[in-house]
Every structure is written in structure tokens, then in C-alpha cells.
Design a protein around this ligand. Sequence first.
Ligand SMILES: Cc1cc2nc3c(=O)[nH]c(=O)nc-3n(C[C@H](O)[C@H](O)[C@H](O)COP(=O)(O)OP(=O)(O)OC[C@H]3O[C@@H](n4cnc5c(N)ncnc54)[C@H](O)[C@@H]3O)c2cc1C
Ligand code: FES
Length: 502
Amino acid sequence: MSANQDQRVDLAAGVAVKSVANGATVAGRVGDDDVVLARNGDLFFAVGAHCTHYRGPLAEGLVVGNTVRCPWHHACFDLATGEPIRAPALDPIACWRVERRGDTVFVREKMSPQTPAPDRSLHPSSIIIVGGGGAGLAAADMLRRHAYEGPVTMISADADPPVDRPNLSKDYLAGEAQDDWIPLWPPDLYTERHVDLVLRSRVTSIDAAARTVLLENGSRRPYGALLIATGAEPVRLQIPGGDSSHVFYLRTFADSRAIVERAQSSKRAVVVGASFIGLEVSASLRTRGVAVDVVARDRPLEHVMGAEIGRFVQNIHEAHGVVFHLGQTVASISGRTVTLSNGKTIDADFVVVGAGVRPAVAIAERSGLAIDRGITVNEFLETSAPGVFAAGDVARWPDPHTGENIRVEHWVVAERQGQTAARNMLGQRERFDAVPFFWSQHYDVTIRYVGHAERWDAVDIDGSLEAQDAVVSFRRAGRRLAVATVSRDRANLQAEVELEGR
Ligand SMILES: Cc1cc2nc3c(=O)[nH]c(=O)nc-3n(C[C@H](O)[C@H](O)[C@H](O)COP(=O)(O)OP(=O)(O)OC[C@H]3O[C@@H](n4cnc5c(N)ncnc54)[C@H](O)[C@@H]3O)c2cc1C
Ligand code: FES
């Protein structure tokens, strides 16, 4: 495009101060780069316009103090340095120098990245991360960003390096993402950042007194600080035929590849469970033209998001041809025949089970760590053993917002906990106080959810779910505990800030 066809605001040519309200952003360009100008009081910042997670539009995000939050999955960047302060973005955004002259601000040259000087006095001699998921990788990333120079070893039972797990039920399964989109780090980065990745290996226990971990192959490894980020494991069907080779579970990249391969030569599938994963799998299989029957005890998502959103999500799937068998479980699977608890049979080429997960606490159990439906951690994410931290789906932490000990299965929470645990392994004392956030995608509809409401006594809807434009608030005793939104991304960010303020 030639310069005079370019409709973007030329930020280098200057913008009137009065045209940018406090907390507002202006999307524009500097040369060929997409840049956002953001204002916090008398301070102006210019940063790259696209979030480094999935290129979300930061101009449509929320400026909070000297930070900007992405509207898509709530990554948070420091406007002065470009640093990704909170996952899911792991890479910084570029920053430009801003100059104010009278009533005009001009965006000047791009600045070099700034790295804070590390205080290494409290750094441990070495760090082991058990688990190659979102929490583990975000921790390794943060350790190196904080200039930790000791050895970092990541031991993972997975066959693949850490992957973008949420994508495994979405674009990748639907055939709309390439294999090379899925790894969280490119392969070379492990070497470049000196992270020793040990795959297909299982830690069986920890000797916290001797500061060693024991591996399944009998070897022992010493550590200075340890992070347990073993995540969760799918609940297996305990029914006749439940272990057949055409019954699939979805947790790993290998699981997703196996389902893709099966779907390519199949016409019909049964999905067991109307959980997030079950429903996302259904949507992806429908995108591939596979007929889907969902068998589930309860209405989709009802116990997590209430009857209104449950009906809304069910309608979306039915409009795409999914057939629901609610109030049912699967009694047996024999070849192509799936028999339900009411005796009805469904013909299927394969079955995908999304019947929930259980936290992977085996190591903690064997090692005598405190457990309460997950590994118990304090506000700094430290377990009952000093120097041993836990993060992600496996950890139950004291949530300051609800006053309850909670455990959630959200990608962003897992990564943020990995980041906080990493900083604390380096001697900081940072409380984990982020408000939980997750998203779920059903065809072209994305639901974003912030807060945490295991129980509520009132739900109010601003807007219309049918029109796919709504803010749904979950309240208990009049207090707003959580907010789900459809097509109201900024409202979701504003709710996050409101919930943080409690
Ligand atoms: C298909 C799918 C889609 C999802 N979609 C979304 C979504 O849209 N939004 C959202 O918020 N969340 C989503 N989630 C949930 C999200 O992915 C999890 O919350 C997140 O992965 C948890 O990260 P984690 O690091 O705690 O655990 P995991 O990512 O499960 O990683 C655990 C790691 O520990 C390893 N491990 C386990 N035991 C051992 C052992 N003994 N020794 C060595 N290694 C071990 C495993 O091999 C694995 O590498 C989805 C999950 C799945 C499976
Ligand atoms: S695109 Fe910005 S957080 Fe995902």
C-alpha cells in the first residue's frame, strides 16, 4: 500500500493531547509499524499494537495505570518497558519514545528493550521444574527473564515439548492451525536459554530433606528449588469397552494428533461429557464434517456457568448439527456401538471422552506434602515443604478475592502461577492474587469468564445471549463474584479490575 493510501493515524506527525482522554488509546502507525499511543494521566506511551500471544488488538484493551491489558485473553504489558507482566503473553512488545511539545505528542524512534538489573543474592543453586505444561514453561521463561543463571531442568512425562494446550481442542483439532503453531517455544530456544528439557520422564517422589527428586528410571537429581507443575489427568471411563483403541482422551499434543488422524477417516463420533473440552472437541469435529452425538449427565456447562449460558451454548451446538443425549451416561462401548444408560444405542466410528480431570498429586502423596484435592500451597505458592513450590492445575491456593482455598483448571492461571512461583524461587515474596480468567470457544463464539463462583444465588444478564452480546454476572449475597461475557471484551477486562479491587 502506498503512503497516501494508508488510513492509519501517523503518530510520528503528532497527536493533539486533548484528543486523547485519560486511559484512552489511539491506534496508528510509525513508519510501517502498527503502534498504539496510550495515556495515563500526564504520561503518554507508545507500544506495538499487537499482543504477542495471539496478536490481540491492544488499542481495544484497557489501560490500567502504566499497563495495558489485552482484550482477548487478558495478557498485561508494562507500557514503559513493553515487558509482558502477566501471561498468557510471554514475549515483550516494542516501545517507542514519546515526546510532548506543548499541546502535541509525537512518537519518535523505537527504544531498545530494557532489562532490570537482577539481584542474584537469593538465587538457588539449581532449579527443577516437574511438568512440561503451561505453568512449567511460564516458570522457565520467567526464570531466564529474571536473569537466573543457574541450571534449569524441566522434567516432563509428555512426549512433546510444552505446547499451547488450549489450541489442541480448538483450531488444531479443527484443522485450522498448523503443527508448528502449537509449541510454546521454538525448539532452539531451549538451547539458547539453557533449559534442559527431559521428555518422556516421570518424577515419582521428592526427598525434601535431601533436596532431590527421584525419577521412574531410578535416577536421582539434586535441586536448590523445585516447582511441581504436574497439571491434571483425564478421568478414564470405567465401563466395558472404555479402554478400546477407538476411545480417545484429550490432554496432550499426541492425543490431539491421534484424534485428528482418526477423524480424517471417520463419519460419526460420540463425545462423552458436555464439559468445555467435550464441547470444543464437538465443534472442531463438526468443522471437519464429522457427525457428533454428545452424551452427558447435565446440560452443557450448566454447573460452571448456569442454565442461561448452558442453554445458549447448547443452542449454538445444535445449530451446527450436534445431537445431545442429556441425563445419560455411557454404559458400554462395543465396536461401533455405544450403549447409553437408558439402553439406547448410537453408532460411532470413535469416541472422545471429556469427563473431567483430576489433579496429578501422586508425587506429593508419595512425598508427604500437604494435599487437599490438589497440592496445598500458601499465598506464595509454596507447598508444605520449604523450597518446593506448586503451580497450575495441581495447586490449591488461598484466593484472597473469595477468601476460599481454590483450585482451577485455567490456562492463564497456570501460566501466571508458574510466573509467580518462578519469582518466588528467586527469593521474591510475591503473593499470588490474580483474579482467575479463562475463555472457551464454540465455533465463532468465544465466552470469556473472569472471577470465581462455585456457587451463586443470582445471575443477571445485561444485553442478550441470543444476540451474542451480553455480560452475565454471578452473585452471591448481592456480591458480584464472576462475570462471563460474549462480544464484550472490554467489559470483561473492566470486571477483572473491579474484582481485583476487592
Ligand atoms: C484440550 C484442552 C483445551 C483447553 N482449553 C482451555 C481454554 O480454552 N482456556 C483455558 O483457560 N484453559 C483451557 N484448558 C486448560 C488448560 O490447558 C490447563 O489449565 C493448563 O494446561 C494447566 O497447565 P499445567 O501446567 O498446570 O498442567 P499441564 O498443562 O497439564 O502440564 C502438566 C505437565 O506435567 C507433566 N507431568 C505430570 N506428572 C508428571 C510426573 N510425575 N513427572 C513428570 N512430568 C509430569 C505432564 O506430562 C505435563 O507435561 C484446556 C485443556 C485442554 C486439555
Ligand atoms: S491475544 Fe492477547 S492475551 Fe491472547
